[in-house]
Write a protein that binds this ligand. Structure first.
Ligand SMILES: Nc1ncnc2c1ncn2[C@@H]1O[C@H](COP(=O)(O)OP(=O)(O)OP(=O)(O)O)[C@@H](O)[C@H]1O
Ligand code: SF4
Ligand SMILES: [Mg+2]
Length: 332
């Protein structure tokens, strides 16, 4: 493992609240504006060469966290430091020259994220052109070929003229990874990068991502529904519930020794070695409450089988319960 102690991303109390549209009656009766609190005070660090996974049920705020860190969405509050610089304070020029070069994103569905009318050469080469890093077509082809080789699309001549529909799902995701790599980033947000792929090719894409981490010291924010995938790739794992992190620690430790009742419910419902199971199917009592009306105190309390006296009043803070293993729960 090539992980070091150098912090690449530091997120502090990050918030993203989406304002709800106000109806006429809201305006007439002067009701206060309401928000979807998609991310509601999240803090963590990602170190150089580290794969940091974010898991939790659908709608808990994983994607919004990833996109807000990259300022694809503007944060409502909090701070994001990337390579020591405050991302929220970058101007347009710095965004282009620093953040858009040094940090990249890979999406769940490579078919949607790749322009269907462009060839592989143009898709992978586009960031090089946008940033003025190649002068001639020959130069572009040479650089693109190098990255196609790096992601296992060999020989590159067999791929550069193809269109996305002429590739398999796995090959398309390799193209998306090559496109993310051409600007030599330090950090990649991978948002469910294998969940659309056939089971048989998931491992090869995950292994490619692990290799790239080892070779290049890349850091990842790895967003996933799937705890088996998190256990396979991640160094550390954070479990999110309704916009907050409830547990965070070494991935194996969080999965083999979950401490938060929510994580325990997820794990007990999901035989982790079986990657067919998804977090979505867990038998916790009740439904996930709306992120508009978040329960007071511990936001998990209406569904928690262990809830007790302080849980509906006091917000539990994340505390280190075991070495490097943090939990937000009044039981500890
Ligand atoms: N642009 C938006 N406007 C309003 N609400 C939004 C917007 N984007 C996301 N949300 C809401 O924010 C919450 C978090 O969404 P997000 O997509 O971050 O969840 P997620 O954990 O990535 O879910 P999934 O696992 O389904 O991808 C959801 O309630 C979602 O409906
Ligand atoms: S704080 Fe209370 S309600 Fe929340 S998870 Fe812990 S025991 Fe359950
Ligand atoms: Mg998502």
């Amino acid at each position: 493992m090539s992980q070091s102690s150098e912090v690449v991303v530091r997120v502090e109390n990050l918030k993203k609240w989406f304002p709800l549209r106000r109806g006429l009656s809201d305006i007439i009766f002067r009701r206060p504006r309401r928000y979807v609190k998609a991310v509601d005070g999240v803090s963590f660090e990602i170190r150089k060469g580290e794969i940091f996974a974010l898991a939790g049920e659908s709608g808990c705020g994983k994607t919004t966290t990833g996109r807000t860190i990259l300022r694809l969405i503007e944060p409502t509050g909090g701070k994001v430091e990337f390579l020591g610089r405050d991302v929220t304070k970058l101007d347009k020029k710095e965004m282009k020259e620093f953040l858009r070069r040094k940090a990249q994103i890979i999406f769940q569905d490579p078919y949607e994220s790749l322009n269907p009318r462009k060839t592989v050469e143009d898709i992978v080469g586009e960031p090089l052109e946008v940033h003025g890093l190649v002068d001639t077509k020959a130069e572009k082809r040479e650089v693109v070929s190098k990255y196609l080789e790096e992601v296992g699309l060999t020989p590159p001549e067999d791929f550069i003229f193809r269109f996305p529909h002429e590739l398999s799902g796995g090959q398309r995701q390799r193209v998306a990874i090559a496109r993310a790599l051409v600007l030599e980033p330090e950090f990649i947000v991978a948002d469910e990068p294998v969940s659309m792929l056939d089971m048989s090719i998931r491992a090869s894409i995950l292994n490619l991502m692990l290799d790239l981490r080892d070779k290049r010291g890349l850091s990842y924010l790895f967003i996933t529904h799937d705890l088996a995938t998190a256990k396979y790739v991640a160094d550390r794992l954070a479990i999110m519930y309704l916009g907050k992190i409830v547990e965070i620690g070494p991935a194996v430790e969080v999965i083999d020794n979950p401490l938060h009742p929510y994580t325990q419910a997820l794990i007990s419902a999901v035989p982790v070695p079986d990657p067919r199971h998804k977090i979505g199917d867990i038998p916790i009592k009740g439904e996930v409450p709306s992120p508009i009306d978040i329960p007071p105190g511990c936001r998990f309390h209406p569904r928690c089988v262990k809830a007790f006296e302080p849980c509906d009043k006091e917000v539990p803070e994340l505390r280190e319960i075991e070495p490097n293993h943090f939990v937000a729960c009044h039981l500890y």
